[in-house]
Design a protein around this ligand. Structure first.
Ligand SMILES: Nc1ncnc2c1ncn2[C@@H]1O[C@H](COP(=O)(O)OP(=O)(O)OP(=O)(O)O)[C@@H](O)[C@H]1O
Ligand SMILES: [Mg+2]
Length: 227
């Protein structure tokens, strides 16, 4: 496939017979990374050829940008610079890894994606969701995740989990208000697009959250394979 055709892919499924794109989202400490393994197992059980990845990161340049973005002792970044670096990492991730995988029919499972930019930069840091939407359109064209699983919990609980896990990053130092705003945007986006979003109560014990994630992924696979 030429570069031109590759980038022209508008991301809709029937255009390409591409694989499905699944994202785990939610504020710090809700259990995204923990549940990546559960979702991965559910997709392997369904015999899907799978690429697991994360944001910010997922490529060599993206992981370098991740350090710049998350290192709490790193140089300060303006809000605009932070947002653009997130999308720079995302552009590289889409170009190098996500689109090629989807186009060859693999499924992609990603720990965070653009909903995190809406939640953190758009709402948490109050850049406004309209600015994020402009970058989303520019960097992704029509490509959107086919399923976003939002792990939802009170910031007080999620941040306690994150802090008990180990040293905090740049975002984990933010105020409770920041995370209340971020959580609300995740929930608003799920409500606006119920066909693409699933919200799971992440305050439940680990085993119950894992069961809910596995069931959501299995239900999605069934629906995708039927259509
Ligand atoms: N349902 C749960 N009940 C109790 N503890 C949990 C649960 N899920 C995850 N944890 C624990 O909470 C901590 C945070 O989980 P995890 O690292 O998966 O969160 P995360 O959403 O990836 O966080 P971050 O946004 O910082 O990457 C870990 O120590 C994990 O073991
Ligand atoms: Mg994580």
């Amino acid at each position: 496939m030429t570069e031109h055709n590759h980038e022209a892919n508008d991301g809709t499924r029937h255009d390409t017979e591409r694989g499905a794109f699944i994202v785990l989202e939610g504020i710090e400490g809700v259990g995204k990374t923990t549940q990546m393994a559960v979702a991965e197992q559910a997709l392997k059980d369904a015999a899907k050829s799978l690429v697991c990845t994360r944001e910010p990161g997922g490529t060599a340049a993206g992981e370098a940008l991740r350090s710049v973005l998350l290192d709490k002792d790193g140089a300060p970044l303006s809000l605009e610079a932070e947002t653009l670096l997130m999308f720079a990492a995302r552009a590289n991730h889409l170009h190098e890894k996500i689109r090629p995988a989807l186009n060859r029919g693999d499924w992609v499972l990603c720990d965070r994606f653009t909903d995190a930019s809406y939640a953190y930069q758009g709402a948490g840091r109050q850049l406004g969701v309209a600015r994020i939407a402009v970058l989303e359109k520019w960097v992704q064209a029509e490509l959107r995740p086919d399923l976003v699983i939002i792990l939802d919990a009170e910031p007080e609980l999620a941040l306690t989990r994150a802090k008990n896990r180990g040293p905090v990053d740049r975002f984990e130092q933010e105020s409770l208000d920041f995370f209340h705003r971020a959580r609300q945007v995740y929930l608003d986006r799920a409500k606006a697009h119920p066909e693409r979003y699933a919200v799971i109560d992440a305050s439940m014990p680990l085993e119950a959250v894992s069961q809910a994630v596995a069931a959501t992924v299995a239900g999605f696979v069934h629906q995708w394979d039927q259509s």
